[in-house]
Design a protein. Structure first.
Length: 167
């Protein structure tokens, strides 16, 4: 992240969590402060956002749509000890959960790996549940280092979500 801030025009972050904003802001500040850094916080584009925005009156049902992707990235990308995505969730405080997901996934039990993804973990990287919950939670995303929101949602909600982000 610091290297991106030093030499690049922006950073496209996957699995961003507002809970990790201070960690990311410090890493970027380190890069901006390096001699020869090409950008500053004001000119650097941080692209990311909720992995998904799934509007559903049933939060668990909405989270179920995100769990397979999270299980794949946490448990199935790379090998044990060589999975950057796994480490992202460890840094978020999900070390035990990430290990369990990875154990199941690497053992070939994808169904159990998916089931092992806790709702709280989903909610850290995605907006899931009733519209009122999403409307409330998106506010914390707007107070982060993100400068450009990358949104994955049902197209029917895209304009409403854009209004929430702009407003």
């Amino acid at each position: 992240m610091a290297l991106a801030a030093e030499i690049a025009d922006g950073w496209n972050v996957i699995f961003f969590s507002p809970a990790m904003n201070d960690f990311y802001a410090a890493a970027l500040a380190e890069g901006f402060g390096r001699p020869g850094a090409r950008q500053s916080q004001e000119t650097f584009d941080v692209v990311g956002g909720p992995m998904a925005i799934i509007v559903d009156d049933d939060t668990e049902r909405a989270a179920d749509l995100v769990r397979p992707t999270l299980a794949l990235y946490i448990g199935g990308m790379g090998a044990r000890g060589v999975n950057f995505h796994h480490e992202v969730f460890v840094r978020m405080g999900y070390e035990a959960e990430a290990r369990t997901i990875q154990d199941f996934y690497l053992a070939g039990d994808k169904k159990s790996a998916i089931a092992a993804v806790p709702t709280k973990l989903v909610e850290d990287v995605a907006l899931v549940g009733p519209w009122a919950k999403i409307t409330d939670e998106i506010q914390r995303w707007k107070r982060t280092i993100l400068t450009t929101f990358s949104v994955n949602c049902d197209p029917r909600y895209l304009e409403k979500i854009a209004d929430l982000i702009r407003g």
